[in-house]
Design a protein around this ligand. Structure first.
Ligand SMILES: NC(=O)c1ccc[n+]([C@@H]2O[C@H](COP(=O)([O-])OP(=O)(O)OC[C@H]3O[C@@H](n4cnc5c(N)ncnc54)[C@H](O)[C@@H]3O)[C@@H](O)[C@H]2O)c1
Length: 364
């Protein structure tokens, strides 16, 4: 077993720890028992993840004296709906959950967002434990307190800022993760490298083979470092009133690509990979970074197996960007990079500038 890392998220009376290690599912009960007063828990998972890991987690919780119930929700992005949330409220009621009862989100970002939203709203808030099992959820979605469901009109339109009481990231669960999901999660790790940590970027460059083999030691390092960066940003700007927006590096164009693909064609991380290349080209055109930074990013993403450009028509992509949440007063808000490891927020008013960046990004 690798060493266990504890990353604190300091948010006053909403502070919590992210515990990262190998084989932690078996310790879930002891870890929850350390800090939660209630004895009743509900594990929320989709059928596939429940089948893989549900028993390990519930056995561990029972050993620690918890009364455990388990509920399954459908797999996929469509689980993030008000209807599925209502289904969870029903399960909470049937199991006589009260305000001390704990909701455990066991799975990827979809489950974290859905179970988190249900926990945030049922009885005005139940304690939430995130046990993320995808790389994306371990490095990103389980941390920081954003929970949401989708409406037919768009993604994440109904949600809350609701911090978990604990995050338990067991990197051993990533061994069963499909390769495409692993690669998509790595896009977010590369993002942290680009915006805040050159060493993390270089670590992915040098250890990529062992990372893709899902070796515990490099994965634990990636998850710990990524969570520490996210925690630091969230501590300074929990409700995204300012600098938390730097976590959206690559997301302006990334979201537009996801919208165009109807959320099916590209995985989130794949869309972000293309978006990061455009954001870096824009930074280069503004003289903030050099061509070699853009080339290095593109090379790493390609080695990971992520796309760096798309065949989507540029004009329709630019139109979609203009409808994004990040557009206010005709300005498009973008996160740019000032060399690998540094980020800044910028506004773009000239669509021609974005067009030139897309051309530069996709020219190689
Ligand atoms: N709240 C936030 O801050 C935040 C941030 C980023 C993304 N998100 C949300 O996260 C969601 C995407 O999350 P995701 O990429 O984790 O996708 P996901 O939750 O759909 O999981 C991807 C697939 O992997 C499977 N899976 C999960 N863990 C597994 C394991 N260990 N072994 C084998 N299969 C496993 C799942 O069953 C699912 O089919 C989106 O809805 C996005 O909006 C939220």
């Amino acid at each position: 077993m690798t060493t266990v890392a504890r990353v604190p998220v300091a948010l006053g009376n909403r502070s919590y720890q992210i515990i990262v290690g190998d084989g932690l599912l078996k310790q879930a009960g002891a870890l929850c028992g350390e800090l939660l007063p209630g004895r009743r828990v509900m594990i929320v998972a989709n059928p596939a993840v429940n089948c893989l890991y549900g028993t390990t987690v519930s056995t561990s919780l029972r050993k620690a004296g918890f009364q455990v119930a388990n509920t399954e929700v459908r797999a996929g992005e469509r689980a993030k709906s008000l209807r599925q949330a209502a289904g969870l409220y029903g399960a909470f009621l049937r199991n006589q959950m009260d305000r001390r009862s704990v909701v455990i989100a066991l799975g990827g970002g979809v489950i974290g967002d859905l179970a988190g939203y249900a926990a945030a709203t049922f009885l005005r808030g139940l304690p939430l434990v995130q046990i993320p099992t995808t790389l994306l959820a371990q490095v990103d979605s389980s941390v920081g307190g954003k929970v949401a469901v989708n409406l037919p009109e768009g993604k994440n339109l109904v949600g809350a800022f609701y911090q978990p009481a604990l995050v338990v990231a067991d990197v051993q669960t990533l061994k069963s993760l499909p390769a495409r999901q692993m690669r998509a999660g790595l896009a977010e790790v590369v993002k942290y490298g680009m915006i805040a940590d050159r060493e993390l970027f270089e670590y992915v460059e040098t250890r990529l083979d062992s990372i893709l083999r899902a070796e515990e030691e490099p994965l634990a390092h990636l998850v710990t470092r990524s969570c520490a960066i996210k925690a630091q940003v969230v501590e300074q700007d929990e409700r995204e009133e300012g600098m938390r927006a730097i976590l959206n590096f690559g997301h302006t164009v990334g979201h537009a690509l996801e919208t165009q693909g109807g959320y099916h064609r590209l995985l989130h991380g794949e869309a972000i990979a293309i978006g990061m290349v455009v954001a870096t080209a824009l930074s280069m055109n503004r003289g903030l970074c050099e061509r070699k930074d853009l080339d290095r990013l593109r090379t790493l993403l390609t080695r990971i197996g992520l796309p760096t450009k798309t065949s989507v028509d540029m004009n329709s992509l630019l139109r979609t960007v203009r409808y994004d949440k990040k557009v206010r007063n005709q300005m498009i808000y973008f996160v740019l990079t000032k060399r690998i490891g540094h980020a800044m927020l910028a506004a773009i008013s000239d669509p021609g500038e974005l067009r030139a960046a897309v051309r530069a990004a996709w020219s190689a």
